[in-house]
Design a protein around this ligand. Structure first.
Ligand code: AVJ
Length: 333
């Protein structure tokens, strides 16, 4: 982990201390306690994204092995004009607002259409929202920006806004949820939608194990640092005493569950202490699962949409069928 800290110049160090535990996440301790008490120890992958984790993720998106971001961006560049004109959307609600560069493709398209444009990014991190909003305000003086600080895995309310709305869940974020939680999330989004609104989903597609595993085991070891950083987050936020040197990164594709799993493997028998939780014993070789990343095909997306009261309207994919942008609307019945 030392590499991560030494990589960034001193002036941004104070920022790195910013808490990821803002209001929507105040139950971090309870969540961590629950996850680490399961037979398969588990941590919620949203805790990856403190400042260091967000920088590491940005670095991942530029790795040659991690094709997801580049392919999705290419699809967005191809489809945005069509999405904007065919939906007539006036507001973009971005769920778990990710990288600004993809958002900008959609915003550019909406602004070019000239029908007025509101951007409503929803994110758990207040610091991230403030930074994104600040940046976009400079670049887009005509854009109305209404940031919403909320956890999309919980019920949230949106301020009053113009329709039609384009709800976007990009970057394969949906992959982090198992079937039950993905359905719940889409139902929650469906509950916010009006008949003329549309839902845009970015999903990573099923493909040979080798290709998928390469994307989560990059040769530069950035994904490994990203994975280990979650322990650093617990150390800082909860005063835990994880020894980062005693864990290693493991990522594999489960072909039956169609998902990548990321784990932290304990190098030895050890005991971790977290104030308010008490001692947690790990045996040598035992793992903590830090992420799942589910991979889809069209049939799986259709099942998910159906369960959530949505309908696939358009399915856009690249020439190698690596990634898909799915446009949907509410199913009236
Ligand atoms: C941000 C959830 C889409 O699952 O591919 C990248 C996170 N983890 N490398 C993914 C991630 C390891 C990423 N998502």
């Amino acid at each position: 982990m030392n590499e991560v800290w030494s990589k960034y110049p001193g002036e941004i160090m104070p920022q790195l201390q910013t808490s990821v535990r803002s209001a929507p996440e105040s139950d971090m301790l309870a969540e961590v306690r629950e996850g680490l008490s399961r037979p398969q120890k588990e941590l919620a992958s949203k805790y990856f994204y403190d400042q260091v984790g967000s920088l590491l993720f940005e670095e991942i998106t530029r790795l040659p092995e991690y094709y997801l971001t580049a392919v999705e961006r290419k699809l967005l560049l191809q489809c945005t004009q069509w999405f904007v004109t065919s939906t007539g959307c006036k507001t973009l609600v971005e769920l778990g607002a990710g990288s600004a560069s993809k958002t900008r493709i959609l915003l550019d398209g909406m602004l070019r259409a000239g029908t007025g444009c509101t951007y409503m990014p929803i994110d758990v991190s207040a610091a991230f929202l403030a930074e994104t909003a600040g940046m976009l305000r400079i670049r887009y003086p005509d854009l109305r920006i209404m940031p919403v600080n909320a956890d999309i895995t919980r019920d949230f309310r949106l301020p009053k806004h113009d329709g039609p709305v384009l709800f976007a869940l990009l970057g394969s974020t949906i992959g982090n949820f198992d079937e039950m939680h993905a359905t719940r999330l889409l139902r929650r989004i469906r509950g916010q939608m009006q008949p003329l609104d549309t839902f845009l989903l970015g999903v990573d597609l099923r493909k040979p194990t080798l290709e998928l595993e390469a994307a989560y085991n990059d040769l530069q070891g950035v994904t490994a640092r990203f994975n280990l950083n979650i322990l650093q987050v617990l150390n800082r936020e909860l005063g835990a005493d994880f020894d980062l040197a005693a864990y290693s990164h493991r990522a594999f594709y489960d072909e039956h569950l169609h998902r990548i799993e990321m784990h932290l493997v304990s190098a030895r028998d050890q005991v971790v202490t977290i104030p308010g939780i008490g001692p947690i014993a790990l045996t040598r070789g035992e793992t903590i699962r830090s992420e799942i990343s589910c991979k889809y095909d069209r049939a799986a997306v259709q099942m998910l949409f159906e369960a959530a009261g949505l309908e696939i309207e358009e399915w856009h994919t690249d020439e190698h069928q690596r990634f898909a942008l799915v446009l949907g609307h509410i199913r009236e019945d």
